[in-house]
Design a protein around this ligand. Sequence first.
Ligand code: SF4
Length: 333
Amino acid sequence: MLTGSTYDGWVTASTDGTTRRVLLAAPRGYCAGVDRAVVAVEKALELHGAPVYVRKEIVHNKYVVQTLSERGAVFVEETDQVPEGALVIFSAHGVSPAVHAQAEARGLRTIDATCPLVTKVHREAVRFARDDVDILLIGHQGHEEVEGTAGEAPEHVQLVDGPDDVDKVTVRDPERVVWLSQTTLSVDETMETVRRLRERFPALQDPPSDDICYATQNRQVAVKKIAPEADLVIVVGSANSSNSVRLVEVALDHGARAARRVDRAAELQDAWLEGVSTVGVTSGASVPEILVRDVLDWLAARGFGDVHEVRTAEEDLLFSLPRELRPARTAGR
Ligand code: SF4
């Protein structure tokens, strides 16, 4: 039974009399940037036919990448793996100007599916670099988004990978320093990093607006709400999905007795349910709802059919498709 929500769930009562329930976090799953990027690949396949090349995983989710591959998308690591003149899509995580230049040099046709909220951070980096301000970019070393943002202003950006990195930071002028961040970080950990940075650099400027995006924040707020009551929180999401991995950490930090990340229901283990009466379920911003439904089915088959959706925010943001995929405007209209 599903209560407290609009979710079309199913009913599986436990048979041994114990109380078993699922708290289903909302918002969860696809954000506006992921939806736009996935639709961009689908639309490009429809308009141009296969193959359509995609630099890096369009979004960090195995199921999505596999499904698009089956439809004709070819995922590559770099643009030099794309045949000259072919069509390549840049992923939601964004690319540096150097990648755009490499694609242009090879005569590639490009579609940029960078999330507009990532592009916003790129613009901030460009602006602060133009003002010759040192930029402390809080983010995870090696993450594609961080590489793209840092690539906008490599001379001005220094990566700060969490609170423990703060002591390593050196700046030219402590009066001219700003922090920016990756969009998918833990809000709490980022604020701790900023607190420590500000101890060292009291004049540290804040970003003009939140860099951690609405979707990351909303999913963390929702998991914080269910975690204190959960014996186990299951986060659906891939291992390379930053925001999914953060949800596991946030759940543990806010009272969940255990938290596990799985790509799909097939990875769930019966042993995880021993002594568990309340299971929390959520999913990262790159996860299609079908994968959550599979997890709920698996739980229902084990007596956890009583599903309560716990909603902490409504989301209705939609981004328009990259301009190369929008219908051409009719002259005179
Ligand atoms: Fe954009 Fe946030 Fe989604 Fe990343 S998680 S694609 S920044 S909306």
